[in-house]
Design a protein around this ligand. Structure first.
Ligand SMILES: [Zn+2]
Length: 461
């Protein structure tokens, strides 16, 4: 009888159609970020509008540091300051390319970072083409000497961006290989996946080799040149590239903190880079990255003082050599940094979580994974990289994690004049902030200790 009455009474209650499980603080913060974060968008919009391009070591990067200090203070962070570093600074000069014969026409070119220069009046030479860096490596020096070398590749878009690592040797190494074989200049098919008429710049490495002029062609221009090389054995190009090194100048990292309550629990480092290439306004690379980690850290701060200090670092000179991250690691390596994570792969949605914790911290990794599932983020195995600026810390044994962003369209804009605010999707940016907020909140407040891992050698690119 009682049972029936009980059932009846229950059935009369105004039950919600969908009963909810209890929601943790991290989940609540995640959902609020997803629904309405404005902090990240405002950083990207204001930095790209008020500063714009900010090539490392230049006056523009210095202005960006001053801008960053003002913004981070206005957001209420503690201990906002700049830590200086110095770097050898490179700046772009004149750049033109023209096919002289047999099909005369102008083509588009941009110097690669670190490129040497042609004489001011340029060089005119026969073009010799290679479909890969391996083909260039295999070529005898006499096929290259005195010529302009053109190197192509077959990079395709993919979700994890791994094509950039695989084909990246064309940009990073082909100019030095060409120089060693006596080329007068090296031009490459841009490391990109778009058919805009935009060259993709980026750093090239010389090692001990004396730099020569090195540039990138937009993909439509590279394919045009490939067609010419199939039609003629004597394609001649006139190339002017006059970038130069201006000596040592200042760069620096901008730092801000959310102070923790328990210094013995260790410090968390999150970051991205403040500098950008000079062709665009650096919206996806990497205003978005610094904006995402900063917006998430601010949500952690607003929720009440966390157990661990969260330190935000907007690194200088990621793009042209890494002077900022080297200086930071050298100055702070003795500190008890228990966790690091970096955002430097654009502004599109996070699709995978790669945890890099010691076995003892599997429960913490599980809690983060559970908080990320509702954002459409799956947990993946793999070695955490933590990016160019914080990778040294995971190599030294700090725990870390990668929140992998969708890279399918990243290399349509990467390092081009097209890296501008309109490429940032506000909804996907908020999804990033939501994921970072959940992860940071759980790590910063974890009651257990966060263990170190065995040091590991640096990954080879
Ligand atoms: Zn970047």
């Amino acid at each position: 009888m009682k049972k029936t009455l009980g059932r009846l009474a229950l059935s009369l209650l105004p039950l919600p159609l969908l009963a909810a499980a209890p929601v943790s603080t991290a989940e609540k913060m995640r959902d609020e970020a997803l629904a309405g974060d404005k902090v990240a968008w405002d950083i990207v919009e204001d930095l790209t509008t008020e500063v714009g391009p900010r090539l490392a070591g230049t006056e523009a990067e210095e202005r960006a540091r001053q801008w960053a200090v003002k913004r981070l203070k206005a957001l209420g962070f503690h201990n906002v300051h700049i830590e200086d570093a110095t770097m050898a600074t490179w700046v772009r000069g004149a750049e033109t390319a023209e096919i002289v014969s047999p099909f005369p026409q102008r083509i588009v070119v941009a110097a690669l970072g670190g490129s040497g220069a042609t004489p001011p009046q340029g060089v005119t030479a026969q073009v010799v083409g290679f479909d890969s860096i391996d083909a260039l490596r295999a070529a005898p020096a006499e096929a290259v000497k005195g010529r302009i070398v053109f190197v192509s590749h077959a990079m395709q878009p993919n979700q994890d961006g791994s094509g950039y690592g695989y084909y990246g040797a064309v940009r990073r190494s082909a100019p030095a290989v060409g120089a060693q074989k006596g080329a007068v200049a090296v031009i490459i098919r841009s490391l990109g996946t778009d058919y805009h008429r935009n060259p993709h710049t980026g750093l090239t490495n010389w090692g001990a080799v004396t730099p020569i002029a090195a540039g990138a062609l937009p993909i439509p221009d590279a394919e045009n040149l490939e067609r010419m090389l199939k039609r003629s054995h004597n394609v001649t190009m006139h190339l002017i590239l006059t970038p130069r090194f201006v000596g040592n100048t200042a760069t620096g990292n901008v730092i801000a903190e959310v102070p923790g309550t328990d210094p013995s629990a260790g410090t968390i480092l999150v970051g991205g880079h403040l500098d950008s290439w000079d062709l665009g306004t650096g919206a996806i690379d990497d205003a978005s990255g610094v904006a995402i980690v900063t917006a998430a850290a601010r949500r952690v701060m607003e929720a009440g003082r966390p157990r661990r200090t969260v330190r935000i670092i907007w690194f200088g000179d990621e793009e042209t050599g890494g002077a900022g991250s080297r200086a930071y690691f050298a100055a702070h390596r003795q500190e008890n940094v228990v966790f690091v994570a970096e955002s430097d792969f654009g502004a599109d949605r996070v699709w995978r979580f790669v945890p890099g914790f010691a076995e003892a911290n599997k429960p913490l990794a599980d809690r983060i994974a559970e908080a990320l599932f509702p954002l459409g983020i799956n947990r993946a195995a793999g070695e955490v990289e933590a990016g160019a600026d914080l990778g040294a810390w995971v190599q030294a044994g700090s725990a870390g994690a990668d929140l992998g962003q969708d890279g399918t369209r990243y290399f349509d804009y990467h390092h081009t004049p097209d890296d501008t605010l309109d490429k940032v999707d506000p909804a996907q940016l908020r999804q990033n902030v939501a994921a970072w907020t959940a992860m940071l909140s759980l790590v910063a407040n974890a009651p257990e200790s966060i263990a170190k891992l065995p040091p590991r050698p640096a990954r080879r690119q």
